[in-house]
Design a protein. Sequence first.
Lengths: 98, 169
Amino acid sequence: MNTYYLLISAALFALGAYGVLARRSAILVFMSVELMLNAANLALVVFAREQGSPAGQAVALLLIALAAAEVAVGLALVVAIYRTRESTLVDDLAELKG
Amino acid sequence: MIVFNLLAGALLLLTGFLSVYLRNAVHAALALAANFVVMGTVYMVLQARFLGWVQIIVYAGAIMVLFVFVIMLLHAAQAEVGFDPLPWMRPAALAVAAVGFLALAWALGAARAPLAAKASAALLKGGTALALGPELWNTWRYPVLLVAALLLVATVAAVALIRPGKEGA
């Protein structure tokens, strides 16, 4: 059962990675990042279940708080960029390309 | 139990796939919210009951509402908008995801030393707040304080970033 859930966690992480690379709207890129963070959380909880140690669950709880902070700042950035650009597309933000 | 595991796994993969596949951002956000709810129930089955409820309340509740709110606010429901400057990006992303999945699956073959299911369940005590609290406030007390400070900074930063009258335009 543990390996089964770890495989699902790996698959969700890969799906999130695909979304981060292939999506072109900043909001959808953020949602894919959330999917990746959740996959990592699932792996942590499975490892805690496997080892009988609550440390994995404690770290997963801290990760949820970190993800909340990340979403707050990230969405504020998206809104701030939208105000000046009228766009949420990552392709429109190419000033720093070398 | 086996039925639950198969159903939960299938739902997790399906909603995860839909959240990166659907064209409409609101639909993708709802698929992701469903993914988070199923993930919460899986946590509860994996002896992490407190974490399961936190997942449903914080992720499926607060964070996804924030996402849907911003999508509505910015009229950003459409993911596709005409000209694609990087047409090779989609197959490249698919290749990266496939290689990443294979690497992670391969890493699972490394030696792990799991306890018997019953022994580890006795140690975790269901992962209730009563079981998790002492761990958080003894071993992880400084990380907890740091994350609390970070949340405060993030809140202030979010408010400062979208403060009206600061565009300078």
